[in-house]
Design a protein around this ligand. Structure first.
Ligand code: HEM
Length: 190
């Protein structure tokens, strides 16, 4: 049974990508296609951040290692959707026009923090393998705590770009803060 769990989680995680690909190929993106793709991939990045953060508390609650087994895959899906989100902006929106892109990074704080979050995801994605885990030993855990910073940057990015915290950015921020608080609680009690 557990043999099928990982492939099932993979299949479920790839569905948003297949859905947006279907919309692109069948011209179903509505009047603002670039905006639609940017919003879709951005929101799924945030959803996968929340799912990844939920795995450790779920392990503690259920005493099951299953959650830890799928945590790495979910983390890689954060990087996957964040990279699609970045590529939508760089390739489709700005068509590799680096001048205005750099201008945005420097001048718009929501782009700056989003870009910083994506940069922080790179070392996590490249050290996610079991081999790297063994190689880095206790430093691996320290490095992977960057996901907390990424989560906070991600929600700040959403608040700043929306220019208001109401309501979706507030919901994600509360979920992220709740998941981070659970970790502090568990750490104190262990
Ligand atoms: C971990 C990294 C990131 C997360 C979690 C994230 C998340 C999001 C979310 C949730 C949205 C809004 C979706 C909605 O309105 O439904 C969004 C929009 C957007 N993001 Fe990101 N993002 C990230 C990184 C980036 C990066 C690296 C860039 C570009 C350098 C970027 C550029 C944008 C833009 C241009 C928008 C649309 C703004 C608008 O509505 O005008 N994001 N992002």
């Amino acid at each position: 049974m557990t043999r099928y769990l990982k492939p099932s989680v993979f299949t479920l995680s790839i569905i948003p990508f297949l859905f947006i690909t279907y919309k692109i190929f069948f011209n179903k993106l509505g009047p603002e296609p670039v905006k639609e793709i940017t919003h879709f991939t951005g929101e799924w990045t945030l959803i996968f951040i929340c799912l990844t953060l939920a795995m450790s508390p779920l392990k503690k609650f259920t005493q099951s290692l299953f959650w830890i087994n799928i945590r790495r895959m979910l983390g890689l899906f954060v990087f996957f959707y964040a990279t699609l989100h970045l590529l939508t902006y760089v390739v489709i929106d700005y068509r590799f026009d680096w001048g205005p892109i750099l201008d945005d990074v420097v001048k718009k704080k929501y782009i700056y923090i989003g870009f910083s979050a994506w940069l922080l995801l790179i070392p996590l994605a490249f050290t996610s393998s079991k081999k790297m885990m063994k190689l880095l030993k206790h430093n691996w855990k320290k490095l992977h705590r960057l996901i907390y910073v990424i989560a906070i940057f991600g929600s700040l990015h959403f608040i700043w770009l929306s220019k208001t915290i109401f309501f979706k950015p507030l919901i994600y921020t509360l979920i992220i803060l709740f998941l981070l608080t659970l970790r502090i609680k568990f750490k104190k009690s262990s």
